[in-house]
Design a protein around this ligand. Structure first.
Ligand SMILES: Nc1ncnc2c1ncn2[C@@H]1O[C@H](COP(=O)(O)OP(=O)(O)OP(=O)(O)O)[C@@H](O)[C@H]1O
Length: 607
């Protein structure tokens, strides 16, 4: 029930203090994102990675600051419930002309849930749904940039318009040859739209913020011609001489989905109205949930809020049951899923077999490391939740028994809200996108080949899995990550056929590993021994020994040795370790190598 009258003397001040807290947060978040341009221009790659990592922490810091202020200035935890009702109403008032109302609502929820008891924040005190619309928000200030710019080229001015579209970003580093790049971009664009018949509405729409990540800056926009809409992204990089080049042109939903994948680090973009960016991006990738765009833009809390709303909605509109996830069970993680929902839920077990010398804290640290690291398209992002309640009747008894056996400390089954519905409450859970575990994907190919030895699609499936698996490991190495446990079952395959790693408990930095050759046997006894007879330090890795675990199947071995034999050679690992330790930041591109303009040009010369 909402108050009829606003009679509290402190409610407005509390609401205003919360809004000030949020505004400070967004100002700092935005400033840090805007600085990405300067870091890009000055090739400060380590600074860019550091900023990407540090920005993730901003939110919790600002929420804690705000909570402290409310305690100190307003004795917030002693305020009566009717005061909180009024606080919310005032806050809604303050949101009316706000440019980030959805983020400010989430901030309100975060602060409230820290101050109020659970029983209260379950109900009307927080924003369970948005109270203020994010549609058609505009920045009316005279000097404000619009969310996107429009260019209206004619047949004759198309190339110069592409050039202007890129030049408009005012990057303070000269291009190697912008005219050449504009020509290449236009030639790459033409097959994607009917460039012979230009309709009245023919235009390029380009988001006015550049998207920065690692060593790249991306122009993101779409071509509109009649009823055709073609999304595009243009990666801009530095060449070896420090001049800028447009490295490639990406088109269509699939290319962009890979660029915005959940397995990559978050972008830095200077945005006044983030919901307008999300709306624009969503028009290009309509099947991707809004939650994932907020995540990709570094607004992780909003991503989490929207994910949870989507999840509750899905629960209400589905009837299937949570079950133990298919595949080989984890030793440290208990994994379950809901067949109709494309995510898995991972709970840290209470105890592990002896070969897993780890603790709950260490595992959480590894997951955090992944969250903050550049995931280079090869490590799934995770959302972390505490105290999640699920309806008991949606769990199989087998799954309940499994959690009771392996993670009893994480489980509570009760009527938490006192509403008569029994809930399964899981204390701590990671949620990540479901993939097909690579061992299952390979087994499907083996089974098909067993039935028909020359089945071409099974051959292709096997080859794709093995080649992509090696590529995934090489990308991880480039990002200074040693996966630790490289078995097939720890990798999954995405909808786009990309192989992604998801088992983080043994992850290490490459620069912390000690890559060694297996020493020569000292005597015959060593040679005949089936055991490891040499001493092995905690960070020792013996690449020669990977083969027996991975390559038992002759066909797998053949493909692997053709494409990735270097992974079994200590020199490969050692040389990467040395380069990274010397400060080199490798490029890992969110597109295939042969999409790069200069590779295409080299190829054309050879043909
Ligand atoms: N994102 C995912 N999509 C699909 N299945 C998954 C996913 N994550 C985990 N699984 C399934 O759950 C199993 C265990 O997960 P995971 O490898 O994370 O646990 P673990 O305890 O760390 O494993 P290990 O015993 O190898 O250390 C996997 O083998 C796979 O079958």
């Amino acid at each position: 029930m909402f108050p009829q009258r606003l009679d509290s003397t402190v409610a407005y001040d509390i609401a205003k203090a919360m809004m000030d807290g949020f505004n400070r947060h967004y100002r700092l978040f935005r400033t840090e994102s805007a600085r990405a341009k300067h870091r890009f221009e000055t090739r400060d790659w380590h600074g860019q990675q550091r900023a990407q990592r540090e920005r993730i922490e901003f939110y919790d810091l600002r929420v804690n600051e705000c909570v402290m202020r409310l305690h100190k200035e307003f004795k917030a935890d002693e305020q009566a419930m009717d005061v909180w009702e009024q606080v919310k109403l005032h806050y809604i008032g303050l949101l009316v002309n706000h440019h980030q109302p959805e983020l400010a609502e989430t901030f309100f929820n975060s602060v409230c849930t820290k101050i109020l008891q659970r029983a209260y924040f379950q109900n009307d005190f927080i924003f369970v749904r948005p109270a203020v619309s994010t549609e058609y928000i505009e920045n009316e200030e005279p000097r404000a940039l619009p969310t996107y710019r429009c260019h209206y080229p004619t047949a004759a001015s198309m190339e110069s318009e592409v050039l202007r579209m890129i030049a408009d970003f005012n990057l303070r580093v000269p291009f190697e040859d912008l005219e050449r790049d504009a020509h290449l971009v236009l030639e790459a664009m033409k097959p994607h739209f009917d460039h012979v018949k230009l309709r009245a509405n023919f235009q390029f729409q380009v988001l006015s913020g550049l998207f920065f990540r690692n060593k790249g800056a991306y122009v993101v926009g779409k071509i509109i011609n009649g009823f055709q809409e073609v999304p595009f992204a243009l990666p801009i990089l530095h060449n070896e001489q420090g001049q800028l080049v447009v490295d490639a042109a990406l088109f269509g939903e699939d290319d962009l989905l890979i660029l915005f994948s959940f397995a990559r680090a978050y972008f830095m973009v200077d945005m006044e109205i983030p919901s307008a960016y999300v709306q624009f991006l969503r028009s290009m990738m309509p099947r991707k949930p809004r939650a994932e765009f907020y995540n990709a833009l570094g607004l992780a809390k909003q991503g989490k809020t929207l994910f949870y709303r989507d999840f509750l909605f899905h629960m209400r509109h589905s009837t299937d049951k949570f079950r133990i996830a298919p595949g080989i069970k984890g030793m440290v993680m208990l994994v379950f899923d809901l067949p109709s929902f494309p995510f898995v839920f991972k709970v840290i077990k209470d105890y592990y077999p002896p070969q897993k010398d780890t603790t709950r804290e260490q595992i959480r640290d590894k997951y955090l490391l992944v969250k903050q690291h550049d995931r280079v398209g090869r490590m799934a992002d995770t959302l972390e939740f505490s105290e999640v309640g699920f309806p008991r009747e949606r769990f199989t008894d087998e799954l309940i028994a499994e959690i009771q056996k392996f993670a009893p400390s994480q489980l509570e089954i009760s009527d938490r809200n006192g509403d008569g519905d029994i809930e399964v409450v899981v204390k701590h859970v990671y949620i990540e996108r479901r993939m097909i575990p690579l061992n299952i994907y390979l087994q499907e190919a083996f089974d098909a080949l067993q039935a028909r030895a020359d089945d071409p699609s099974a051959h292709a499936q096997l080859e794709r899995a093995v080649v992509e698996y090696g590529n995934a490991i090489k990308d991880l190495v480039a990002a200074n990550i040693f996966p630790g446990d490289m078995l097939w079952k720890n990798f999954g395959i995405t909808r786009h056929g990309k192989v992604v790693f998801y088992d983080y408990d043994e992850i290490e930095y490459i620069t912390d590993c000690n890559f060694r050759r297996v020493p020569a046997p000292r005597n015959e006894e060593d040679e005949m021994s089936g055991e490891v007879w040499y001493s092995v330090g905690r960070h020792d890795v013996f690449p020669e020994t990977f083969g027996p675990f991975l390559l038992g199947n002759p066909k797998v071995r053949e493909v692997f040795m053709k494409h990735h034999a270097d992974l079994l050679d200590v020199a490969f690992w050692q040389s990467h370790k040395e380069r990274i330790a010397a400060g080199h930041v490798y490029d890992v591109f969110p597109y295939e190598r042969d999409r790069r303009f200069h590779i295409q040009a080299d190829k054309a010369l050879l043909d």
